[in-house]
Design a binder for this molecule. Sequence first.
Ligand SMILES: Nc1ncnc2c1ncn2[C@@H]1O[C@H](COP(=O)(O)OP(=O)(O)OP(=O)(O)O)[C@@H](O)[C@H]1O
Ligand SMILES: [Mg+2]
Length: 256
Amino acid sequence: MTDAHLAQRGDVAISNLSKTFAINGRSLNVLRDLNLRIEGGESLAIVGASGSGKTTLLRILAGLEEADSGHVSIDGRPIDGVGTERAVIFQEPRLLPWLSVEDNVAFPLEVRGIHGREARSLADRYIRLVGLGEFSTALPSQLSGGMAQRVGIARALAVQPEILLLDEPFGALDAMTKITMQEELSRIWREEKVTMILVTHDLEEAIYLADRVLILPKERDGRPREIEIDLPRPRDRSEARFVRFRQELLAEFGLH
Ligand SMILES: Nc1ncnc2c1ncn2[C@@H]1O[C@H](COP(=O)(O)OP(=O)(O)OP(=O)(O)O)[C@@H](O)[C@H]1O
Ligand SMILES: [Mg+2]
């Protein structure tokens, strides 16, 4: 049996990944020989100072950017550009303004050759999952920021990816909406059993959502660190162990 048969769905293996950018004639070593395995169904958060390479890593995983060297494989198979088993959620949902909520969610399904009743029923299922059942005929201009981001999540999930890649998905939301969205994402992740890789600058969000937090180093010669968050779910932000994880992560950034 080959590796591909043994691997779980949504397993990600990153080996010896490096990426350098040239800026003003200087070369900037953004990722240096990164090795990481993410198990199918796991929730991994990636944190790190601004410029530490979080978005770059996510874009490489999404197939939107090429690494200089190293490999990424999913379920034992090397990735080649973007793929249907991965869906990306950015900070802004980038909805098509002339399409209703339902048509926005169905759009990527249509692109993949799923039409008519099947597309409608999948779109409806995910619109309900994100709590927008009443708004399927609304236009994006009629939604709040949090609602629009929920449509983005429904659209990403409707294609039933194995892996959900999120880059600061709630960064543009107010504090209250953000907490609600984190709770919903946690529930959806458990229900859908997808692998989740979440880039965030919000340490509390990382502890709330992740099984494991990867801390990318600021210094180019530093090594990434990992903290396992073995708290039961749903998580309680005021619980003593949660607070301790927060202190531990803050200390990683020299803060308290
Ligand atoms: N296309 C590009 N061309 C040149 N340099 C780039 C490019 N993309 C990113 N970089 C550089 O790579 C470094 C890492 O960028 P990246 O966007 O991955 O950081 P980040 O960790 O996501 O930061 P932030 O928290 O601010 O979003 C930065 O110094 C940036 O200037
Ligand atoms: Mg970024």
